[in-house]
Design a protein around this ligand. Structure first.
Ligand code: PEP
Length: 256
């Protein structure tokens, strides 16, 4: 019922030329038939968004492009920022919002995440909204309530129509870039709770149709177990999305 999604978060990796090469490698390696079954998104650094799109357009490959961050205002004195109209102008379809690295290092809050989600939806860009707990919150036993509160805040003020374009990514902070993956059952527990939160906020139809991704050291060795979980509809992938063969393998598993 929910089409899987595999989204690659390249973070601050790959210069422009490397980004073009990696995009072309994906065009060559990912099977076209898998792209009918899985929505695949790559999120290069802002400077390479248009370059990646040009490669994909030229190759007629159905991989979408997403930004890693955006400002909620359309234009103005916000040095260093980029806006939603700037993304749509070059053909960007998705945008990651509220990644834990941005929350931790760039003072992103639940409130700014919500502003960004609303600006993206107004501008017809699809947000991939990241939530996830730290190890100390997990150890305290409050991961479920913490993550559900993040979902509640990020999606405040949205309606059912908005939600058709929203994807949630559950990314436990302790599993990002650490090589330490959540056990499939641990990830499932939180993804099921997120779906429950969506049910409370928006009702059954939205809860049953919204995609929830898992992110945190997803790689070929662990993808099958994670994708077998009922409430995990794909992945937000950092490290393994920089290796075209690994990302291709993750897409193949999601397409099964
Ligand atoms: C991420 O950055 O969103 C992520 C999940 O990274 P990694 O796959 O490297 O843990």
């Amino acid at each position: 019922m929910r089409k899987p999604m595999m989204a690659g978060n390249w973070k601050m990796n790959m210069n422009y030329h490397e980004a073009v090469v990696l995009t072309q490698e994906l065009c060559n390696r990912v099977k076209r038939k898998d792209l009918d079954k899985v929505d695949v998104v790559i999120c290069p650094p802002a400077i390479s968004l248009r370059g990646a799109l040009t490669v994909l357009d030229f190759d007629k490959t159905k991989i979408s492009v997403g930004a890693q961050n955006v400002h909620w205002e359309d234009h103005g004195a916000f040095t260093g920022e980029i806006s939603v109209p700037m993304l749509t102008d070059i053909g960007v379809e998705y945008c990651i919002v509220g990644h834990s690295e941005r929350r931790e290092m760039f003072a992103e809050t639940d409130e700014t995440v919500n502003l960004k989600v609303k600006a993206l939806l107004d501008g017809k860009v699809k947000p991939i909204v990241c939530v996830g707990e730290s190890l100390s919150i997990r150890d305290e036993g409050s991961a479920v309530s913490y993550v559900c509160a993040q979902v509640n805040a990020a999606l405040a003020g949205l309606d059912d129509i908005d939600m058709a374009n929203v994807t949630i990514a559950y990314e436990p902070i302790w599993a990002i870039g650490t090589g330490r993956t959540a056990l499939p059952e641990q990830a499932q527990e939180i993804c099921a709770a997120i779906r429950g939160q969506l049910r409370t906020m928006f009702g059954d139809e939205v809860a049953d149709s919204t995609r929830i991704l898992y992110g945190g050291s997803m790689k070929p060795a662990n993808v099958e177990g994670l994708m077998a979980m009922e409430d995990i509809d794909g992945g937000l992938i950092g490290g393994a999305s920089l290796i075209s063969n690994d990302f291709k393998e993750l897409i193949e598993v999601a397409a099964r």
